[in-house]
Design a protein around this ligand. Sequence first.
Ligand code: UT7
Length: 329
Amino acid sequence: MDKKIGVKILGTGSYLPEKILTNSDLEKIVDTSDEWISARTGIRERRISKSNEPTSELAYKASIKALEVANISPKQLDLIIIATITPDMFFPSTACFLQRKLGIVSIPAFDLSAACSGFVYGISVSKAFIESGLYKTILLVGADELSKITDWKDKNTCVLFGDGAGAIVFSNSQKDDDILSVFLGADGLYSDLLFLPAGGSVYPATESTVSENLHTIKMQGREVFKAAVPKMALAAEKALELSGKSINDIKIFIPHQANIRIIEAVAKKIGISMDRVFVNIHKTGNISSATTITALDEAIKAGKVCKGDIVELITFGGGFTWGAAIIRI
Ligand code: UT7
């Protein structure tokens, strides 16, 4: 009988736009303060993309780096998936724009929408495709430009978000199995606590949706916070259970970077000290689908994790959606 097909991680890459927006810059835009933002969220600055730099461009820059590390050419890919909630356009998919930028044709390419959990959902989809034998070499990207769907007059939300992209290349393997487990969940009952109301089929764009600012993120922050902590802890524990690993086998935990207080509460709930948790929220803010993969790439480049180390990604986002993945670097 044929041996089970496993997944090998070939490489990661990430890209953050050059422009830095600091908390002091925000003090000039809305009634906020560096003290409030730092203390309540842990964020000090975030990156903002240019007006002529769409999500596919950040995705392209991150992908090129991941492909370089993986030491393969775009022509060797046979599937592209981008997790994003800020696509270049409704359609074609941002994955098709990325495919064009990479100079390849024919292979399938599609976007995946699961808000901040998109990248972890993408790991699950990639694992299933490779294990089934349908695709052999997959480029999975998490890319978002939340600055372009942010209400810059709303101090409750505009201090939280940023832009960026991260990419990973997976291949099939008879020897390795680097995705040890993935656990996913969702609960649509809470869809109105974190959402972007207009522009879809419920409220197609009209003059009034624009004047009422309905094309920007709306969030009931405190309610989202309360749901995020138990769901992230649950996902972290379920993925561990599924992997057959113990909490001590994990070198670092990379939680979604939405609020340092959420990260600390999750760490406490699953019983780990903060020195085992990777945090870069102070530099990036919340970049939705791009968060866990840009953090993972930074952790690898900084030598916080080495070849063979086991990492747990934990996420939570609009939907609500949540999930965790245990991977070997
Ligand atoms: O990616 C997943 C989705 N996102 C999240 O996970 C975010 C989850 N939520 C949070 O991170 C937090 O709830 C926030 C950071 C959004 C807000 O923190 P909070 O401790 O829950 O504050 P709050 O919304 O309860 O507001 C407390 C006070 C309010 O003033 P009053 O009513 O007490 O006078 C707000 O108006 O803080 C005020 N406030 C601000 N003040 C200065 C809210 N935003 C700001 C601000 N600057 N930027």
